[in-house]
Design a protein around this ligand. Structure first.
Ligand code: NDP
Length: 485
């Protein structure tokens, strides 16, 4: 399998694959089988330099093109991605362990949507005309320059695409560092952009651990850093970027509330809770891992949820009948199992799961705890695995206060048949991305991002344009300039 996933080289810089074997080795392991599927090297300072120089040069060239011309390249890249969706999805499945059933629809496909969307609006990125009596002013939407993207391991090609599509549409260049656990698919994106006609150096991929991200975030050639990662990493990257007064987008972790009122369509609410806790084996930042269920329907909810979980099919993630894959790594599995142990020790009622699955690979059974209280560790900390905490509540005011009592604010969901209540509750939840009667749908047209410790800035939607461009104001005098002397 190594031959199958081994890229020509570790990095993609200035339009080419490049290797420097002096960098620390990065073995790439399949979480489903434990097999090494590729072996890369971390980037060395000399290659970081080359990547940033290439991006600086390409950005100047790219920014001179019209928005329409830039957009055509992005839309062509979207088409190539769609044509290769199966191949890209198989690669993503091999590297992340996520079921092919998921990657076929949620990873490269979502990346293609982003390239298409931002490619389509590139030509419409204009400034504004401001009449000032006899004079006037206008604004120009300028790119920021060279942007750095740093990705997490759960949605590798999606994260790379969500960052590069708006960046490139606005006339920026990008150097992207994937998580060292999932370094493969961003390289494919770089290849595709070149094939679509992007200039060499416009989108570069360099591999490495945290220190590579840190070197990129502090380089004076870099205008912006966009990170998808955990809150502790976010704090470090934000501080490093602040030193150089760089723009930042921070897509960080969460512990989001999913609130089910007693009048909700219970099957629909359970579908939302399943999507928001077990899709991608729970490794999704916006997951609704605190499921607040109104007391009168709690036991019914738990019973139907347990029945529905009989539909979980674990196994080889490349088998399209499989709908539940392993966790990304042995370390992540140990972390999740340790949280499950804490849940049991702190007195939560285990409804189902609670153990490593009886098979090879990093599989943990979908786990549901009931009678969870707000103080329990599993209700406060992000687990990033298939562990649902079900909490009871009596009334609306109480659940809103408890839902908001967290450092995080990435997402929230409300299930109820009463739409007035749905909007009233959503209006009071402190979260950046919210859903009514569904959960975790993130179409590219809708801005996505968090508040509080979950970060700031937005990906997707027109909102992302604000985070990859800056306005220049131009005052035009048509009348003589008045000076006091
Ligand atoms: P990490 O925070 O561990 O890492 C994120 C990225 O930052 C990785 O590429 C990592 O490198 C890099 N990095 C680590 N240290 C530094 C540093 N000092 N300077 C620059 N870069 C650094 O997150 P995970 O990869 O473990 O992903 C899981 C986390 O991501 C969860 O908390 C999850 O909630 C969050 N996430 C948020 C999303 C959102 O949109 N809000 C979406 C998806 C995930 P490396 O790992 O290679 O060493």
């Amino acid at each position: 399998m190594t031959a199958l996933c081994q890229p020509p080289a570790s990095h993609f810089i200035d339009g080419h694959y490049l290797e420097d074997a002096a960098g620390d080795p990065i073995p790439v392991i399949s979480p489903a089988t434990g097999e090494e599927i590729a072996r890369l090297h971390a980037v060395t300072p000399a290659l970081i330099d080359r990547a940033l120089d290439a991006a600086t040069r390409a950005q100047a060239e790219w920014a001179r093109l019209s928005g329409g011309a830039r957009g055509r390249v992005l839309r062509r890249a979207a088409e190539i991605m769609r044509t290769r969706n199966r191949e890209l999805s198989e690669l993503e499945t091999r590297n992340t362990g996520k079921p092919l059933q998921e990657t076929l629809v949620a990873d490269a496909a979502s990346g293609a949507d982003a390239l298409d969307y931002f490619g389509s609006i590139a030509a419409g990125l204009t400034g504004e005309h401001i009449p000032l009596g006899a004079d006037f002013a206008y604004t120009v939407r300028d790119p920021l320059g060279v942007c750095v993207g740093i990705g997490a391991w759960n949605y590798p090609i999606q994260i790379a695409s969500w960052k590069c599509a708006p960046a490139l549409a606005c006339g920026n260049a990008m150097v992207f560092k994937p998580s060292e656990i999932t370094p493969l698919s961003a390289l494919k994106l770089a290849e595709i952009l070149i094939e679509a006609g992007a200039p060499a150096g416009l989108f570069n991929v360099v591999q490495g651990m945290g220190p590579v991200g840190a070197a990129l975030s502090t380089d004076p050639r870099v205008a912006k850093v966009s990170l998808t990662g955990s809150v502790p990493t976010g704090r470090r990257v934000y501080a490093a970027a602040a030193e150089g007064l760089k723009h930042v987008t921070m897509e960080l972790g969460g512990k989001s509330p999913l609130i089910v009122f007693e009048d909700a369509d219970i099957e629909n609410a359970i579908s939302g809770a399943i999507l928001g806790n077990f899709y991608s084996s729970g490794q999704i930042c916006s997951n609704g891992t605190r499921v607040f269920v109104q007391k009168r329907i709690k036991e019914k909810f738990l019973k139907r949820l347990t029945e529905r979980l009989q539909g979980v099919v674990m196994g080889d993630p490349l088998d399209e009948a499989v709908n539940f894959g392993p966790l990304i790594s042995p370390a992540q599995m140990e972390k999740v199992l340790s949280y499950i142990g804490i849940g049991k020790a702190e007195g939560a009622r285990l409804i189902t799961g609670g153990t490593r699955a009886d098979r090879d690979g990093c599989f943990v059974a979908p786990t549901v705890f009931a009678d969870v209280t707000d103080q329990m560790t599993i209700a406060r900390e992000e687990i990033f695995g298939p562990v649902m905490a079900v909490l009871d509540f009596d009334d609306e005011a109480e659940v809103i206060a408890r839902a908001n009592a967290t450092q995080f604010g990435l997402a929230a969901g409300v299930f109820t048949a009463d739409l007035t209540r749905a909007h009233r509750v959503i209006g009071q939840l402190k979260a950046g991305t919210t859903w009514i009667n569904t959960y975790n749908l993130t179409p590219v047209e809708m801005p996505f991002g968090g508040v509080k410790a979950s970060g700031f800035g937005r990906e997707n939607g027109h909102a992302a344009i604000e985070h990859y461009s800056q306005l220049k104001s131009v005052y035009v005098a048509l009348t003589p300039t008045q000076a006091p002397y």
